[in-house]
Design a protein around this ligand. Sequence first.
Ligand code: MG
Length: 293
Amino acid sequence: MLPSHITLVEVGPRDGLQNEPVIVPPAIRARLITLLAEAGLTMIEAGAFVRPDLVPAMAATAQVLATLALPQIRLPVLVANRRGLADALAAGARDIAVFTAASDSFCKRNMGCSLEQSLSRFAEMIPLAQGCRVRGYISCALACPFDGPTPPARVAELAATLTALGCHEISLGDTMGTGTPVAARAMVAAVAERVPIGQLALHFHDSYGQALANILACLELGVAVVDASVAGLGGCPFAPGAGGNVATEDVLFMLDGMGITTGVRLDKVVAAGRFITDHLGHPPVSKVSRALG
Ligand code: MG
């Protein structure tokens, strides 16, 4: 049964911009977030409190938050450790996102720690985020570039662990974008046996053109939260190894066409996408945006 309403989580200002080759100044990032809020998005990933030498695109996220005047909007920020969490809380963040992967090899290559160590880090951090809503990202939920296909049972176990540690929502990431609908649905069904489906979000990448099909397959299970990136930010065709986030415009066009409400206006998201891609110097990576000319 399809849900009648979907919450779109806009990840462009963080997951998207972090994977673009052009560094966007804080004032433009704040303007983008404001345009997205004006389009009706109520949950917008606003930045990350991580080392600026490692992730220069997310430097000055405190400045972005300080510029925004959006009390009604949830603005999760990504943190990787206690230092980042402390900085985020000092900047007034009320929504935190933490990340791990359902693959030990991916954890080691991307976070420099084992999966077990990343969970110990969460166990230390999450109690310090009292009063915050904590979103847990699981990368490689369908496949890992080093370890191949991910067993659904492993994702389910990890999601249950993150929930027990205090995550309010689990975002299931098809990081490679190689997932197809039957596998995606089987993974989400396995996770839903351990974590209530209302606490799950889909974070699918469109690298292989499968994201909308995968999203639809999982919506049929009752998932009601979908991550997407305005203009497909992070999927820049000129950036090798780019993120490939599914475009918000493309997800919204599908949901609008199916009569599923989101509270988000397509024309305004398209305009926000063009605002930011003008700064990035490449066209939107969204079929809908391109089709609308
Ligand atoms: Mg992503």
